[in-house]
Design a protein around this ligand. Structure first.
Ligand SMILES: [Zn+2]
Length: 139
């Protein structure tokens, strides 16, 4: 599965508007903070910048900081890695409680399965875009 999140790209940096832009999201991610958006109407949280709530379509959404630890909701092994990556790697949808984030798994030789606990470690640059990297937690 190579589904990519559609991101809202905006040339402005969000002045006078608290809506999270892709640029802000990416900058925060590179600094080790996972940002998401919470809908003020239905409370739905998304882990990537969107123009409107994915659940109800409302545009009253505010930036929220996401937890850095969660549980693997689904996982896919990518057998043909892009340049600069060696061997297979896993991409997982991580359930952070409030929302879910698509992340790369860096478990060394370990692989994760659905239900495993993982934690956010850093961001990985792929094709010029940062992607959150999670690794299995101890135990
Ligand atoms: Zn909503």
């Amino acid at each position: 599965m190579s589904e990519t999140e559609e991101v809202e790209r905006s040339s402005d940096d969000g002045d006078g508007d608290d809506r999270l832009t892709y640029r802000e999201w990416a900058a925060a991610l590179r600094e080790g903070t996972l940002l998401g958006q919470e809908c003020s109407k239905c409370g739905h949280v998304t882990a990537a910048p969107k123009a409107a709530c994915a659940q109800c379509g409302d545009r009253e959404i505010s930036t929220t900081k996401l937890d850095t630890e969660g549980e693997v909701h689904s996982v896919t092994t990518i057998a043909v890695p892009p340049e600069r990556f060696e061997g297979d790697y896993q991409v997982a949808l991580v359930d952070l409680g409030a929302g879910r984030v698509l992340a790369r798994i860096d478990g060394g030789r370990e692989t994760v399965e659905i239900g495993d606990r993982v934690q956010f470690t850093n961001a990985m640059e792929a094709d010029g875009h940062p992607a959150p990297v999670f690794e299995p937690t101890e135990g």
